[in-house]
Design a protein around this ligand. Sequence first.
Ligand SMILES: [Zn+2]
Length: 194
Amino acid sequence: MGSHHHAGILFAAGIFIFVSAAHAEEERRELGPHVHGHGTLAIVIEDNNVQMELSAPGMDIVGFEYEAETAREKKAVEAALTDLKEPLKLVVLPEPAGCTVTSADVKIVVEDHKVHDAVAESDKTAETEEHAGPHTEFRATYALACAEAASITSIYFPFFDRFSGSEKLDVTAINANGQTAYQVTREVPRLEEM
Ligand SMILES: [Zn+2]
């Protein structure tokens, strides 16, 4: 958790508030109820530096949220962690931007089961997909260095090809034009006119 906070501090002032709010939530109950198929991506472009923070339910990434038991499940988790460490194969930025990954931190957050049970009663929504057992989320924090970050005006998401359980990413982008919320989907895995 500590390193996660420090990663937040690296973000530009705008996103820092956003990320801090998310963390306050996380401290109270670890994982809020999440919706399977739906992940989030925050991307902050400042000068030629890009920070990205990706979060997706375990169900989206490996198809289960319990602790991997079989060799096949363990292999799926290892493969996912390995692939998530190469963000530019999942979230493709325009070639002229000339971005390279300078750091990639990927982890799995496991929900505290007792806390979850308490939350489930008071915080059920129609959108919340409940299932027995713990929930997990894959969280990744990336730093990129680019030659011409101003060229990042569109993003393509092979993420959906790699992770068949994911249907949607809510994207928050902050660049010189300000903060904008987008939604990219398996059907339209592309973000334009940033
Ligand atoms: Zn779940």
